[in-house]
Write a protein that binds this ligand. Structure first.
Ligand SMILES: [Zn+2]
Length: 256
């Protein structure tokens, strides 16, 4: 499990944001935290019982925002991968489903890849990821490339492994690039990333505060992880200061 680095090592090796889909390791510098939350276990599909319930007060109930143009580039997600996702959800969340139901969080990532195709190639095959060595392979729902094209890889109704502790309730968005700042400075990519995130959050009544960077995962009120050794696991993509910029831009695009 050499990929599971200590926070000090993580700072030294820098970031890697594809949930172990590339090279090695994880991103992040979060100090390990203990989670005492527990989800229901066994039986039929269940919703988390101790994580905070929907926080919709700050989002207009009749949100209506135009869907941005989205190119469909689905990765294979056959029954085998779904069964593996169920096993993952049981192990990590006590949930008996591969479905993403009523997502409450959107997680922004960046890829540490040069383009969309290399990102797609990372997520498409179903093999144990190189960081945590689990099945199914990591994935995200959307990838926003450098030119501002939005690609959808996985239907929103399916769970993806992109953020330990939040996969049961989080939509994952990868932004192609090598740093938060690079993406913040790319007008076309930012426009598309914000349009996608706005549409998703307004459609699902997700508060801006629950649009987070991967590096913020441990402090999310929705964070839950049943595997003790993973309760402090995160990556360092999208730091707080950069996400504050991202969220400020998102707030300027309210739900109508
Ligand atoms: Zn990430």
């Amino acid at each position: 499990m050499g990929a599971r680095l200590t926070p000090r090592k993580l700072r030294r090796v820098g970031v890697l944001c594809l949930g172990g889909g590339l090279l090695v390791s994880s991103c992040g510098n979060g100090a390990p935290v203990a989670s005492t939350q527990a989800l229901s276990t066994g039986g039929a599909a269940v919703q988390p019982t101790t994580v905070p319930r929907r926080q919709v007060a700050s989002v207009p109930p009749a949100a209506s925002v135009a869907r941005p143009r989205i190119v469909q580039d689905p990765i294979p997600f056959p029954s085998t991968r779904k069964r593996e996702m169920i096993a993952y959800a049981r192990r990590h969340y006590g949930l008996d489903t591969y479905r993403l139901i009523d997502p409450r969080v959107i997680v922004e990532h960046y890829t540490e890849t040069p383009d969309f195709q290399s990102t797609y190639n990372t997520f498409a095959p179903d093999h144990p990821d190189t960081e945590l060595h689990e099945l199914p392979n990591t994935c995200v729902h959307f990838v926003v490339d450098r030119g501002g094209v939005i690609h959808q890889l996985v239907p929103l109704g399916i769970m993806c492994r992109h953020t330990v502790g939040l996969n049961y309730t989080a939509i994952g968005i990868e932004n192609v690039g090598y740093s938060d700042q690079e993406i913040l400075r790319n007008p076309a990519q930012m426009r598309a990333s914000l349009a996608l995130t706005r549409w998703l959050r307004c459609s699902d009544h997700i508060a801006v505060k629950n649009v987070i960077g991967h590096s913020e995962s441990l402090s999310s009120p929705y964070h839950h992880e049943n595997v003790p050794s993973l309760r402090g696991q995160t990556h360092s993509d999208w730091q707080l200061a950069d996400m504050n910029i991202y969220r400020a831009r998102l707030r300027s695009l309210p739900c109508r």
